[in-house]
Design a protein around this ligand. Sequence first.
Ligand code: D41
Length: 675
Amino acid sequence: MKPAPASLRHRVERLRAEIERHNRLYHVLDNPEIPDAAYDRLMAELRALEQQHPELVVPESPTQRVGGSPVPEFAEVRHQLPMLSLDNAFAREDVEAFDRRVRERLETDEQIGYACEPKLDGLAVSLTYRDGLLALGATRGDGTIGEDVTHNIRTIPTVPLRLSGRGWPDLLEVRGEVFMSSAGFDEMNRRANEKGEKIFVNPRNAAAGSLRQLDPRLTASRPLEIYFYSAGRVEGKPLPDLHSEILKVLRGWGLRTSPETQVVTGVDGLLGYYEDIGRRRSSLRYQIDGVVYKVDSIEQQRRLGFVARAPRWQIAHKFPAEEEMTTVRAIEWQVGRTGALTPVARLEPVFVGGVTVSNATLHNIDELKRKDVRVGDSVIIRRAGDVIPEVVRVIIEKRPSKSSSVRLPQKCPVCGSAVEREEGEAVARCTGALTCPAQLKESLRHFASRRALDIEGLGTRLIDQLVDAGLVRNPGDLFKLTVEQLANLDRMGDRSAANVVESLEHSKQTTFARFLHALGIRDVGEATAEVLAQHFRSLDALRSSPAEAIEEVPDVGPVTAGHVHAFFADSRNAKVIDALIQHRVRWPAVQGNSMRDSPLSGKTIVLTGKLSTMSREEAGDHIRKLGGKVAGSVSKNTDLVVAGGDAGSKLKKATQLGVKVLEEAEFLKLIGRKR
Ligand code: D41
């Protein structure tokens, strides 16, 4: 083979530099400059040139991430500087004690500067760069001896094979956490499931399992990422003397660090950071199990030293665990407003995600079958953020010898009506409609709720009593209730009974859209109720419309149109509606088509900050009434941002994206309201 001409060598080097730059833009700065396809073309050209001239291939070439053949086993690596561990704090008192200890040891009354970062739930590793080239990647192991996983580490796209920028030490050991994003984890499990392969129980295990693969091609196929959190051995050049500054120079060399890192002062700063991250925990891309606090000054760190296996200058403040183990006492079926049967696991109470949980949803019969949860099983429960607790999986090894799968009941457990499951639907439903007390109670709750008829004082307990006593068989019956009947119920005085009757009377004056929403038609939420009201203007027009005419309403699809039509066609519903009208439930005529010529028609609007003249909900109502849509976050699809007092990040984002921003007064003018 002919040696490569100098011009070709030059091209190869240029390509590599270019690709490395794009890697950094994409993975470290989250700011890609070119589309994926263009990146792929650069890679393809480099690969082709290297194939024609194998003598030009170097280990740090971007093409060499995936390659290597399987290793027979992992070699041991002795960490020159031990990889110390973290101490744990579970309560604010632990954090206060930590800060006190630090100040006592440093003999200072001054507030300490701390660097804070999320504690990723992954796998700690150590990477060594010699002359800027990745030379070794090792797991933490027991802190003293780990395993050589260089071949696998190289496949992680966010790990630079060559440091960028300038001024790095001849020898630089950096430490970080290898992890998998929640989305990457879900996607990987989805694919594994499709192929009938093993499913990982959580991102942490998935990351650990992927990194400890003998075949790097397998590792390369897994969505691993890394964030670096400290330096280890450094030779040839000193690093800055603040932890936060070290992270900055690492970032400059292409080593990704958490974008959530922050420097704070004193205990209040620490706890503020903990709360802030705690609030955002469920919206982060990846799982974390706490935050880590580190004394920011390296000089202070040196003076503090370490005890046993952990430095005195750090502590991990843990969040309440989101997953816990408990046992299933019973599996019951809950019947919802539309008759949907939801299997619910009754649990031995367990503290998880910061609260005691004794029920967990199993979603639907398909989920229940897939997870095969049985009475007596030991299960993993997950409660993330404010999400409803769910059963993640059964611990099969702990299953009692005698147990059987749960089956879908053929009759509604509440009313005994037949249970039906439509073709291709995951949801099974009780066919009892309002004759089923469970459906009736849920329907009444919805009917009375704030965004529907808004009947004050008609809460869950009272509704249960009214249904159980047989006083209310449908929403129309509510308006027949007398003060005497109500006062005879448990825990009801004359006074509250009179109040309920009064708020019932008051609720009759409503709007057409609220009325439609209150009926609880399947798939008809507030927004759909609003467009239906605007389009048909009168109840009679809507009731007498064929499904095809309903489908013509903007944003109403054939399925919803079918539900709406079927609802009005059902004579039982017709009776209830007639009764409501007879009781003088009424609304002002729907205004001429305000939607079509409104300045907000078809616009996507984001509300932020505090408005002084109305709540955000009211503002949303106005926008929807005028044909606009309310969105929760600002993007390039946002047409308008309405900014009240103290508007924060959304306003900033709007300004960055050049989205039009209205102040409250301008907004009021636009919706035709005066202050
Ligand atoms: O995110 C993490 N899991 C994380 C782990 C972090 N952000 N910082 C860490 N800092 C340290 C010290 C203070 C010892 C440099 C750590 C770990 N250690 C660690 N991870 C596993 C064992 C120790």
